[in-house]
Ligand binder design. Structure first.
Ligand SMILES: NC(=O)c1ccc[n+]([C@@H]2O[C@H](COP(=O)([O-])OP(=O)(O)OC[C@H]3O[C@@H](n4cnc5c(N)ncnc54)[C@H](OP(=O)(O)O)[C@@H]3O)[C@@H](O)[C@H]2O)c1
Length: 270
């Protein structure tokens, strides 16, 4: 018997592995020895990526074709999470944006975006944590966005889905406290990917190079944050104290909302 089995990191499921940030996660995790389950809708791309990972890193790489804005697609991935005890990492990365004011955004785009960015991420987080808590092992990585911090013109629904990811993922960190299960929230800034074209940005001027990060730098920084035990990793945020200040402020704001008396400025006529 060799010890290699016990030292293998297990299987990583990466959603949205057919391009952009997810594709780089798949590469970096394979390089770390993870077997992969690659999830997205474009089967040919996933097959090519899986073959490449097997060849370059000698890992197993499965393809799971699923539309995560639909309940059956999400259920297929949740099923894998609950049945496959080798899964030790889930990267909830699949997501998309539309650069449009709300009234110009078609209803199906809105429902698909909420279905993918919010509903699928929530249900897959649940399936992953249920399995991980039972084994007292495993890591959940949710990809949020800097766009979830404050309203940004042209992305009313996208920014709000990412605000959800921010609150939701930090709430889960409370649920795993005291266990060996880890939950990391990753907040990319602007990253060069096909996601910009999907959002409709191809028709606009390209973003200035100085504000846009490569997918490789984004994922390498996110994994460095994970290795350092960070709960929230913002690859492009140089002043990390501002993130702690924000968390401190919002935490105090939440506490100060619990008061039965209307604030003095609303005590009209009394
Ligand atoms: N790029 C940025 O500036 C930026 C900034 C902050 C956060 N993020 C977040 O990072 C994540 C990855 O984005 P990216 O920039 O890498 O975009 P991307 O290159 O467009 O990749 C998106 C991935 O999600 C998959 N996907 C889209 N719709 C899906 C669906 N219905 N079901 C299953 N998979 C689906 C796509 O594959 P298929 O089309 O093959 O399904 C693709 O693999 C997203 O959550 C995004 O919000 C990006």
């Amino acid at each position: 018997m060799t010890h290699s089995h016990s030292t293998k990191p297990g299987t990583a499921i990466v959603t949205g592995a057919s391009s952009g940030i997810g594709k780089v996660y798949a590469d970096r995790l394979a390089a770390r020895g993870y077997d992969l389950v690659l999830v997205a809708r474009r089967e040919e791309r996933l097959k090519d990526i899986a073959a490449d990972l097997r060849q370059r890193y000698g890992v197993n790489a499965d393809v799971l074709v699923a539309d995560l804005s639909r309940p059956d697609g999400t259920a297929a991935v949740a099923d894998r999470l609950s049945r496959d005890a080798s899964v030790s990492l889930l990267v909830n990365n699949a997501g998309f944006s539309a650069l449009k004011p709300l009234t110009n955004t078609p209803d199906p785009v809105i429902t698909d975006m909420i279905g993918l960015n919010v509903t699928a991420l929530t249900l897959l987080s649940k399936a992953a944590l249920a399995a991980f808590k039972q084994r007292n092992a495993g890591t959940l990585v949710n990809i949020g966005s800097g766009a979830g911090f404050a309203p940004y013109p042209g992305i009313p629904v996208y920014g709000s889905t990412k605000a959800y990811v921010y609150l939701f993922t930090q709430s889960l960190q409370g649920e795993v406290e005291g266990t060996a299960v880890r939950v990391q929230l990753v907040l990319p800034g602007a990253v060069v990917s096909e996601g910009w074209d999907v959002a409709g940005g191809a028709d606009l001027d390209p973003l200035p190079e100085s504000i846009v990060m490569t997918t490789e730098d984004c994922v390498d920084a996110a994994l460095a944050g994970l290795d350092q035990g960070e709960r929230v990793t913002a690859p492009s945020l140089h002043d990390d104290a501002s993130l702690r200040d924000y968390e401190g402020l919002t935490g105090r704001l939440l506490q100060s909302m619990f008061d039965g008396r209307p604030a003095a400025r609303y005590r009209v006529g009394s």
